[in-house]
Design a protein around this ligand. Structure first.
Ligand code: C2E
Ligand code: MG
Ligand code: MG
Ligand code: MG
Length: 285
């Protein structure tokens, strides 16, 4: 009996693996034509200064809507795009599209938004990456000083020696650099002090529970203290409640991002919500 149960379990296991493999394959195939079919779009999530309550920038977040797959989360398709090489085209699309849109926003506005863009390690390792992002900035007349490239902490463990020179080159080209999902990887303080970072983003998983879990609370406090010590801007992502926001104010976190202020917005909604009529530009809670 126990044998047949085992067999049943492994059949079920194989079945779900098979389903996943099929889905991944479909994603892979559909991704190849997603760009030309104009299935990709980008949303912007505001980043708010804790000190002033003003919007200071936005993070670009890619979206994919496909006829047969429906909405697919970037958490699912980005890793597949990385494995198949589609990430280069996809990444270039996001960079060009967002630089153009935020440039337009800034031209029509009394203040300039910073633009944060997520960059995959695979993009960084493309020898032409720096050159291409510099040249798009030049074309669009977007000052790299207002562009932050977000890199996940995990990239540092495997490819540190390859990635470090690229990061230095990007910094000397004027870009700002942010370490995303900070606290989830295995990078140590010595990594951090050896990298030309401007910013760290506290991972959402810690913000989720830091009001109720004292270990997460110490971690959040410690990350903010490390940030201050290393002269880095500290961003908290995934802030969903007033209570979380107020605690982060108390801890002197620099920037806040999350549903409590805004979900990721279409460019149109961003303009409607934030472009200067000067009144109501500040977030007032
Ligand atoms: P991330 O860069 O850490 O982005 C933060 C994620 O948290 C986003 O998920 C955002 O929509 C979500 N989020 C923001 N505020 C809240 C909140 O208050 N509560 C909750 N529950 N979630 C919140 P999203 O857009 O699904 O993106 C997932 C990940 O996919 C991103 O994580 C990033 O690593 C990657 N990604 C997104 N766009 C791009 C892109 O253009 N290029 C690359 N290479 N990766 C991207
Ligand atoms: Mg298609
Ligand atoms: Mg990010
Ligand atoms: Mg993150």
């Amino acid at each position: 009996k126990s044998k047949s149960l085992q067999k049943g379990q492994s059949l079920f296991f194989n079945h779900s693996i098979e389903k996943q493999v099929k889905r991944d394959f479909l994603i892979e195939t559909e991704l190849r034509t997603a760009l030309v079919n104009e299935e990709l779009s980008v949303l912007y999530q505001p980043q708010i200064s804790v000190e002033t309550g003003d919007i200071i920038g936005v993070e670009a977040l890619v979206r994919w809507q496909n006829d047969s797959l429906g909405f697919v989360s970037p958490a699912e398709f980005i890793p597949i795009a990385e494995n198949t090489g589609t990430i280069h085209e996809l990444g270039a699309f996001v960079i060009e599209k967002t630089l153009k849109e935020i440039k337009e926003f800034n031209l029509c506005n009394a203040f300039s938004l910073n633009l944060s863009i997520n960059i995959s390690p695979k993009q960084l390792l493309d020898p032409k990456f720096t050159e291409s992002v510099v040249s798009i900035c030049r074309e669009v007349a977007f000052d790299p000083q207002f562009v932050t490239l977000e890199i996940t902490e995990n990239v540092l463990i495997t490819d540190l020696s390859l990635v470090q020179p690229v990061l230095s080159k990007l910094r000397s080209s004027g870009f700002k650099l942010s370490l995303d999902d900070f606290g989830t990887g295995y990078s140590s303080l010595s990594y951090l002090s050896n990298l030309p970072m401007n910013e760290i983003k506290i991972d959402r998983s810690f913000i989720d529970k830091f009001l109720t879990n004292s270990q997460s609370e110490s971690l959040v406090k410690t990350i903010i203290a490390i940030g201050r010590f290393c002269n880095l801007t500290v961003v908290a992502e995934g802030v969903e409640t007033k209570a979380q926001y107020e605690r982060l104010v108390l801890y002197h976190c620099d920037l806040i991002q999350g549903y409590y202020f805004d979900k990721p917005l279409t460019y149109k909604s961003l303009v409607e919500r934030y472009q200067s009529s000067n009144i109501d530009m500040n977030w007032t809670g």
